[in-house]
Design a protein around this ligand. Sequence first.
Ligand code: NAD
Length: 476
Amino acid sequence: MAGKDEKDKVTEQAGAAGPRKLDRRDVLKGLSTVPALGLFGYAWQKQRQYQQATIEAAAAAPVASSDLQVINVALLGAGAQGQVLTDAMLRIPGLRFRAVCDVWTEYNQKRVVNQLRKFKHDVNAYENYREMLDREKELDAVVIATPDFWHSQHAVDCLKAGKHVYCEKEMSNTLEGARAMVVAARDTGKLLQIGHQRRSNPRYLHCYEKLLGEAKLLGRIVTLNGQWNRAVAPDLGAPDRYAIPEARLKQYGFKDMHQFRNWRWYKGLGGGPIVDLGSHQIDIYTWFLGVNPSHVMASGGQLFYDPKTHEWYDTVMAVFDYDTPAGPVKAYYQTQTTNGSQGYFENFMGDQGTLLISESEAHAAKLYRDTNAPAWDTWVQKGYITAPKVQEMKEKTEGVTDVRESVSPDEHNVPVVLRDPYHQPHLQNFFNAVRGKAKLNCPAEIGYESAVSVLKVNEAIEAKSRLSFKPEDFHI
Ligand SMILES: NC(=O)c1ccc[n+]([C@@H]2O[C@H](COP(=O)([O-])OP(=O)(O)OC[C@H]3O[C@@H](n4cnc5c(N)ncnc54)[C@H](O)[C@@H]3O)[C@@H](O)[C@H]2O)c1
């Protein structure tokens, strides 16, 4: 392939799954004739990155030692995220893929099945998950990456069939659905990990355990803010020849191909950007503060996109209150989908310092020591944080500093880098738990608490008022 245009590679890979190969003309035709198809090209682009990562990952995958218990796995939902999870799982030793289930048999299912077979996994393909559960008796675990409104039924039925389950966030689009999942995990005694993958990310764990827990570098956290901003993007589409027949779409709860591809924006299917994106980060607010919120107020609306096809809010600004043992905290969160400025991060601010953290390498993690805080030399010497950057600059500019300006705080980096795909540690934690060698980092109960906080934001926007949480809201 050396020297080939990147897009040609994509189309060849994508075409390998379909009845005929897609070429550049198909892409251009798709982009020019029907605007909605524009994002299919974008999806290919994403897919190319995933497949590239997969090939490298599989090549680098360590060989399983002979005493490692092999886990038989099925993937339920082989879309964009199912692909990301598959790529990460291909790097984890001791997994044997047995089945892939996806209702988009014409495209997503074929793509992942072909990929797994290429990597010598003898997988069976299913459209209907019940048939898969009936036939695949040897399955130990199912990894679920279907749209949110399917999670509850899929997870509950898999648990009841005796499988351990890794289910993507948002745990469910309804609290009833999420509750049923917690109950099913308890009743069956099977493991249910929810896909808030930051909870297994070594950078987040280091900040939580060492910097906030042991060193208490921020002092008392009083405020925090976070965001996930995204640039304007066209709706997702699909070429006509890959369209799912209407009867099958209806059977699985979609009114048409547009809704099938853009389910996140539809009420009853997803929860809009606040649930899709915000759920990751609001989960971190709660985790790092150690308590669930007491109140939330929020404002949001359909400020940009067509409300007929974007039933959920494209812009949300929310403020949570937390009553922590150390005192009250105000926490702001915004997500907007019309400008991607500064991407996504969480920013914890205490009376002694600030922690800016993100899953993205664009921000990684940085600590800022407030001028009134005790020296952090011990923590630099211990290797918890790097030596401050700004101090060096101050020395260089000594004598020209304008004393009327406040001195900017020292900036330290967090020397923990995740070199694996973002989701790999969380999946590894799940499979280690299946082998009885670890505790889940995000069991059903934690996923439920997070769902309670996040789903309430949409309620607060509708209610146009500040809503309160009762402690019992978070427990089942
Ligand atoms: N943890 C993360 O960082 C992260 C990132 C992206 C998405 N997600 C989550 O992953 C899930 C999937 O998102 P996505 O972006 O891959 O969506 P997607 O639309 O790309 O993929 C969903 C797949 O599920 C299939 N499907 C739909 N209904 C089905 C059913 N009843 N049975 C079998 N297959 C069915 C579709 O054909 C499609 O292939 C969502 O819950 C989303 O919130 C998590």
